[in-house]
Design a protein around this ligand. Sequence first.
Ligand SMILES: *Cc1c(COP(=O)(O)O)cnc(C)c1O
Length: 390
Amino acid sequence: MILPEKYSALSGISTPAYVVDSDALEKNLKALKRVEDASGCSILLALKGFSAYALFPLIRKYLGGTTSSGINEAKLAREYFGGEIHVYNPAFTRAEICELASFANTIVFNSQSQLDKFRDLAAETAKKCGRGKIGIGLRVNPQYSEIETEIYNPCAAGSRLGALRGSLRKDFADKIDMLHFHAMCEQNSDVLGRVVSHFENIFGDAIRKVSEVNFGGGHHITKDGYDIGLLVKTVSDFYKRYPNIKKIYLEPGEAVALNAGIFAARVLEISKNGRDIAILDCSAPCHMPDVLEMPYRPPVLGGAMPGEKKHTYELAGRSCLAGDRIGIYSFDEPLKEGDMLLFGDMAHYTMVKTTTFNGVNLPDIATFSPSKNEFKILKKFGYEEFKSRL
Ligand SMILES: *Cc1c(COP(=O)(O)O)cnc(C)c1O
């Protein structure tokens, strides 16, 4: 297996390994910065999708802050990212609010009840810590999304994510600074336009009472074919319709790290059951769970659809889970023990989701800059990390 030219320097690295391509990451960041400059929005990195903090200094050059799903991500943001820290959770505990109010800039609540329980506590705690006003946000459910994968659809029937208009008291908007929705996943700006109009239909009066809105994540801004012009227009027009709105936030995770990393694995064994099966030194459930969860077929550099090239294999993981099967791919040359395979687009929603299920080792984490030909190992894991979680 011959590696693509750009990554040929990686042929000797130990595997499995996530390798963040810092050139590709920076290219994404520049695109996001252009969106900020053209539209006046503020873009936060959603740490849920990408939290490899060794890259935070690079990201911080372009983005002013982060959004966290809870206290641990928020602490990571404080320690390694700085800037503006937003945090949302479907249900905070009292202790978390006390701690978060000492350093977070905006806390986004998920319901009228969370707002009632913790709004004043957050404000008072922030004051006691000698800080200025802490921003209070409320995530609402715009009751419209175009996400077809049910487990990724926050507007699905029965969803707990975001308050329904009917669950809110008349005066709710007087108690908050920001309205927040998150109702997209890997989508283009035309979808945003439609979500925003539903958001306005349901919450238009409330939007006029707050000073900030957050359009959530799921914007595929850095993907080829994304209509950046329409995004910029949607944001700019929103500012014009609501002169009271001082800040519109977007909080993408995936778009920041899209196509900004590969996952390197090696063939351990070739076996046969009907077709040829290549057992790799990695695992779908442990290292790229979205392959099974979404589910999707990850790109393999140099790999094609079954039968398209001369030699076809099913790529499978080394865990004992029967379903640890990555997909069927064909190659120009036969695969053999020790061959390296590179999976594409493996920076986001991978490292943040790994498990040591089945005792499978966690992959190394590394960075590589093709333009500088610089490879650096950031982390290696072994038995201790497996043991420490149990
Ligand atoms: C997951 C999530 C994001 C980021 O979504 P991406 O699809 O990675 O852009 C942003 N905001 C909230 C509330 C989320 O849950």
